[in-house]
Design a protein around this ligand. Structure first.
Ligand code: ADP
Ligand code: MG
Length: 705
């Protein structure tokens, strides 16, 4: 295979209107003013916006763009855009000019009525605005539709309520910035101007062959398989994880990387994941609003490039029952613009008071708002994944690792911490391999919220979900804990003593949230209940956390969400849940009625005919044929019975009042019947002649790519 040379340095960010481009193209004064806006959140004047818009347009046209689009992230889970060509009204001589004004850059007005608003905006008040977010750079995307200048925006209603994922995230960044700066000042820092949450979101996905995908109505309509017997081989051999990447997949990854790099997305690490056909792509961490934009773009690129390679990329959390699902590990830390990572323990963590205080605050925050953090990872697909024997359990706990847990124990038991456990030398027993110092703690893959060296890794987020909500929650609950600590510290007579008192107090009061054992075990679930930790198994159970008094109070205090916004979000979540289950149920009904039952009838008919023929031919043993016929027929009866029940309960969905009641009905009355239908169908798949089975099997989908 010939290798085409790629100059990554040249390629990287070539389609982004980034700082380097702005520096080069904008007049110095304009550039400086824009930088200030970005850095300090100052307002941008229309004059400046006009100049920026003009240069942006010129640059985009050079890149082949014909249109611009306000690119935003409504509450549908995907991104939205409307394209406008740069052309203006024709001149007298019939020619057109290409124009793009500051006003068009700053503000857009899509019809907001068709996006979910949870009742925030009745359809007769359809006004919604998109507003340019200058902290996230514009970029040109190349599509069959042509080159499009995409301008990252926030999406709000006429009355200023957030209708998107971006606005609350930006608000939460402000909240944590303010409180973290306060904390840094108290510790004597005078140089930091901004503290920003940094996030690296590792993205898991599956690849399947497109021709096979096309034969699975369930994958097409719902993103996951609703039927399917386990193949003879699953993931038990663990031979896929980090295994050699298949040629077809490598070619795909190469193109995904190139597309990411063009857009300035730092696609960095790629490997095979645990399940066959499952892979992962991780970028280098970035400020959370950028990380979020990049994650959305990355998901889109993963899908788009798969199509080009005759494949489909499945981002659903659980495309295949019984096979590991996909998540998005949200690595989160807090970094100041003068280079401090507040989550860096340093060499002697037991003496690092700022770090210990930050950690204690996070423990408190996570313990007090465990329900909210859990809810932040709630999405319909994730219900299939969380709590299974793979991804993190639904109970939130914090893994600190041996070293930090030991320090906290010293503080709790002895009042002071005198030492930090050190990582030992790892001896391989092979002379030619270097011995190196191990990390002070091992990993714990079963923890939903694990400290990993200088960041926390929140592993609960679903693979197709936006990372917005979990980061809004992490930022805000941490801001709240910082605020309480700062309030005390600003009043304290003896600062050092108060710091230690707070750390000890929080560690003691919230140590129940620390857990280092096996998060999958039954013992932990029982223990967690005993400790009073919330156990919210499904999305429907989790949603109320957004509208609890405690959550409303906090979000309002920090200006992240108003009560109305929270209520609307909860409403949207219930609505999405009921709709998704309704679609899944109807897809099952469709597949069972039009594909599976006819296939089984065909099989049993052929079998019955063959029994007659063999019988006519002589006195042969036909007991096996008869047994199979009888078994297939009785399973078919089970299928038919479950199908009738499912049809009835699906019809009832619409009769339930929208909101929690309808969602709860789907959870308690529809899903169990879906499972009832699936069971005999999967058993039949193991009986019926493969040639007659109307769709590719799990084996075909995940082992044959
Ligand atoms: P691991 O193998 O421990 O999961 P990696 O080094 O592969 O860790 O990082 C996983 C993700 O975490 C990557 O996206 C990486 O950029 C990100 N990451 C690393 N350090 C930080 C940090 N300080 N803050 C936030 N994210 C980080
Ligand atoms: Mg990781």
């Amino acid at each position: 295979m010939s290798e085409e040379y790629i100059d990554v340095k040249e390629l990287f960010g070539c389609d982004v209107f980034n700082d380097a481009v702005m520096h080069e193209r904008l007049p110095k004064k304009v550039y400086q003013e824009l930088k200030e806006t970005i850095k300090e959140g100052k307002e941008l004047s229309l004059e400046i916006a006009d100049v920026v818009a003009h240069e942006m347009k010129e640059w985009a046209i050079e890149k082949g763009a014909t249109h611009y689009s306000h690119w935003f992230q409504p509450l549908t889970g995907v991104t939205a855009e409307k394209h406008d060509a740069f052309i203006s009204a024709p001149m007298e001589d019939g020619r057109v000019l290409m124009s793009f004004s500051g006003k068009e850059l700053i503000k857009g007005e899509p019809d907001a009525s068709s996006f979910p608003s949870g009742g925030l905006r009745a359809t007769f008040e359809a006004r919604g605005y998109t507003a340019w977010d200058p902290t996230s750079p514009a970029f040109v995307r190349h599509d069959p539709a042509g080159g499009i200048l995409c301008i990252p925006t926030a999406f709000c209603s006429y009355t200023g309520e957030a209708l998107d994922q971006k606005t609350p995230l930006l608000r939460s960044m402000e909240a944590i910035n303010k409180q973290a700066l306060r904390l840094l000042r108290l510790f004597g820092n005078t140089t930091a101007k901004r503290v920003t949450p940094s996030v690296g979101a590792e993205q898991e996905y599956f690849l399947v062959d497109k021709q096979k995908w096309l034969q699975r109505k369930d994958l097409i309509y719902t993103g996951r398989t609703l039927f399917g017997a386990m193949p003879p081989k699953g993931q038990e051999m663990d031979d896929h994880y980090f295994g050699t990447i298949r040629q077809r997949v490598s070619a795909y990854m190469k193109e995904v990387n190139e597309e990411c790099w063009r857009l300035g997305i730092t696609a960095k690490t790629q490997h095979n994941e645990v399940a066959p056909a499952q892979h992962e792509l991780a970028p280098i961490y970035a400020p959370v609003n950028i990380a979020q934009d990049h994650n959305q773009l990355m998901m889109r690129i993963l899908k788009k490039v798969a199509s080009r390679h005759g494949m489909r990329c499945l981002l659903h959390e659980k495309p295949f029952a019984g096979v590991n699902g996909s998540g998005k590990h949200n690595n989160w830390s807090l970094t100041s613009d003068d280079g401090i990572n507040l989550l860096d323990p340093g060499k002697r963590p037991h003496e690092n008071k700022l770090f210990l205080l930050v950690l204690a605050c996070i423990l408190k925050a996570v313990d007090e708002h465990a329900d909210l953090l859990r809810a932040s990872a709630a999405d319909v697909g994730n219900d299939q994944r969380l709590g299974g024997n793979e991804a993190p359990p639904v109970i939130i706990s914090v893994f600190l690792g041996e070293q930090l847990e030991d320090i906290f124990n010293q503080l709790i038991n002895d009042g002071t911490a005198t030492h930090s456990i050190k990582g030992e030398l790892l001896e391989t027993g092979v002379k030619t391999l270097p011995d190196f110092r191990k990390d002070a703690t091992d990993r714990n893959r079963t923890s939903p919220f694990a400290f990993t060296g200088n960041k926390f890794e929140f592993r609960m987020v679903g693979s197709q979900d936006s990372i917005s909500t979990c980061n809004v929650v992490l930022n805000t609950i941490t801001a709240e804990a910082f605020k309480e600590a700062c309030d005390r510290l600003e009043k304290a007579e003896d600062f050092d003593k108060e710091v230690m008192d707070i750390i000890r107090e929080y560690a003691t009061e919230h140590k129940r949230i620390i857990f280092s054992g096996n998060g999958y075990s039954k013992e932990w679930q029982e223990e967690a209940v005993r400790l009073g930790l919330p156990n919210l198994p499904t999305m429907v159970d989790a949603i109320p956390a957004f509208v609890s008094d405690k959550a409303v109070r906090m979000f309002e205090e920090f200006g992240v969400f108003s009560k109305v916004e929270l209520e609307s979000r909860a409403e949207i979540m219930y609505e999405i849940y009921a709709k998704a289950i309704n679609i899944e149920a109807r897809t099952m009904i469709d597949m069972a009625t039009k594909q599976i039952i006819p296939a089984v009838i065909k099989y049993t008919t052929v079998l019955a005919e063959s029994i007659n023929q063999v019988r006519a031919a002589g006195d042969f043993d036909i007991s096996v044929q008869e047994k199979l016929l009888s078994k297939a027929s009785s399973k078919l009866t089970e299928v038919y019975r479950a199908l009738s029940v499912l049809k009835k309960s699906t019809q009832e969905i619409q009769n339930k009042p929208e909101g929690p009641e309808r969602a709860r009905f789907c959870l308690d009355n529809v899903i169990p019947v879906m499972n009832e239908l699936r069971r005999p169908v999967d058993e039949l798949e193991m009986i019926v002649d493969k040639e007659m089975w109307p769709m590719p099997s799990y084996g075909d989908l995940i082992f044959e790519l």
